[in-house]
Structure formats: structure tokens, C-alpha cells
Design a protein. Structure first.
Length: 199
């Protein structure tokens, strides 16, 4: 079972990736992990200088990693371009596209608060802390991450749509796109995925 995940920031993609990895007992592979775990000194150099790895290099790294997985994988954060999608065409995959309204993403992310000490995540509506702006677990101070501020979210969504639209069209044409409405709870979304797999 090969699964590719597409979804906006705040779509719950990461949570579903973890659930799927457990359910199917296959690894959740993110490009961030591949880069961090690379032993290639050249790649480590690029990262330590805060630069980006080129499209071609990323493709090589991902292909090398996928070749090791005999029972399947869940790929997260790749492909981001049509060239990357072409490069892994030899792995027949289901492409889960987590569909969610931008307004809901903004609501989810802008009400999110993170503990400064233990990094626990709260949501002012869905998972409020017992005491305002204080972490239930460690008493740390809860703040809004820079990433979760409204203007930043709007820009992240704009870039996401611009980059992902061609991939959605690509996989829809190929017939491997599976649209998952992602506006419910994580449990509801997971049930929808399993249903689409006939489970
Ligand atoms: Zn805490």
C-alpha cells in the first residue's frame, strides 16, 4: 500500500498520516525527516546553511528511501512539483487529498495555542486549557506561534493552493486522487479514509 498525502496546512494531514502508519503498519515518510537523516555531507551542508535542496536532489533522496520500503509507505510533503510526481510514477499510489475550506483552516490555526515549555498544543474552542493561557501539563505559558497568525496563515494558504492545484489536476487525470472531506474531527476523517479504502 503506497499512499501520498496532499493537504493544506491545518487540514489535519499530519495527524491522519500517523493514524494511517499505525493502521497499515507502514512508515510515515516526510521529506523533512529524509533530509535530517541524510548522511550525505553535501546535503547536511546545504541544510546547515539554511539553503534549499534542489528539485533533482530531493527526487534522488526520496527515490533512494522509497526503494527500501518493500511493504509500502505514506509520503508526506512530496511531491510538490509535477517533475517530482513523474519521478515516482513507478510506485502505484493512492493520493489522499484532504479537502478543507480556507476559512476553517484559518479558524483552526488562529485559535491554536502552543505551550512555550513543553510544546503541547491547545485550541481555544476545541481543546481549551483549564486556565487561560496556562499549560495544563506543565504550567507553562501558552502563546500563538508566529506561523499561526492570520496574515501568515493567509499567505501559507495562497502558496499552498498555487503549488498544489497542478498536482491535484495531475493525479485526478491519472485516476489516483481520493478526495477526503477534512472538516470533521480527526476520528471522523480517519473513518472516511478507511471507507474509501473499502475497510
Ligand atoms: Zn506545557
Amino acid at each position: 500500500m503506497n499512499i501520498i498525502l496532499l493537504g493544506a496546512p491545518g487540514s489535519g494531514k499530519g495527524t491522519q498520516a500517523e493514524k494511517l502508519a499505525k493502521y497499515f503498519d507502514i512508515p510515515h515518510i516526510s521529506t523533512g525527516d529524509i533530509l535530517r537523516n541524510s548522511t550525505d555531507p553535501r546535503i547536511q551542508n546545504i541544510l546547515s546553511e539554511g539553503k534549499f535542496v534542489s528539485d533533482d536532489e530531493m527526487i534522488e533522496l526520496v527515490k533512494k528511501r522509497l526503494a527500501k520500503e518493500k511493504n509500502g509507505f505514506i509520503l508526506d510533503g512530496f511531491p510538490r512539483t509535477i517533475a517530482q510526481a513523474d519521478a515516482i510514477k513507478s510506485y502505484p499510489s493512492k493520493v489522499l487529498y484532504f479537502k478543507i475550506d480556507d476559512e476553517l483552516v484559518k479558524n483552526r490555526l488562529s485559535l491554536r495555542r502552543t505551550c512555550n515549555s513543553c510544546k503541547a498544543i491547545y485550541h481555544l474552542e476545541n481543546k481549551p486549557p483549564l486556565h487561560e493561557s496556562k499549560c495544563d501539563l506543565c504550567g507553562g505559558i501558552l502563546t500563538q506561534r508566529q506561523d499561526d497568525k492570520d496574515v501568515v496563515i493567509a499567505e501559507r494558504l495562497r502558496i499552498y493552493h498555487e503549488k498544489t492545484a497542478p498536482l491535484i489536476a495531475y493525479y485526478a487525470k491519472e485516476g489516483s486522487l481520493v478526495e477526503i472531506p477534512s472538516d470533521g474531527t480527526p476520528e471522523e476523517t480517519f473513518k472516511k479514509i478507511l471507507a474509501r479504502f473499502g475497510l
